[in-house]
Design a protein around this ligand. Sequence first.
Ligand code: CU
Length: 146
Amino acid sequence: MDRAEKIVVGLSSGLLGLFFLALLAAARLKAIDVPPCLPPEVRPFQTGRIDTLPDGTRQIFYVARMWRFEPEVVEVPAGKPVDIFLSAADVTHGLYVSWTNTNLMAIPGAVNAYRFQLPQPGVYPIICHEYCGAAHQNMVAYLIAK
Ligand SMILES: [Cu+2]
């Protein structure tokens, strides 16, 4: 290996190390972590529902199907934890809560889950972000934070 190759390999390795450190720092600063595994009793479901835990945490079990989310309109307390459990009844869909970083895939035969909060009162549209058929663009639900 000549001197120029050693310099290029050294610079490339340094840059890779810098990117890796930036990734670790961003994950630490933004508290990004690997999602927890769901307990085995959480199975794919076909009907949507809403539960409230004793501590006030709202749990929403969304079913995505052509071309709607079930339940369609849900009120949640602003600033309190909300757990979303998401399953698909037919094909792959997506669930994106507008103006947040809540973004899940609805995959038939699987359940995805995510805990988040809506900090401000308001109406947050939920849209499907995965093309799922002819009326995909009409697939909207609403979270109303009060
Ligand atoms: Cu869709």
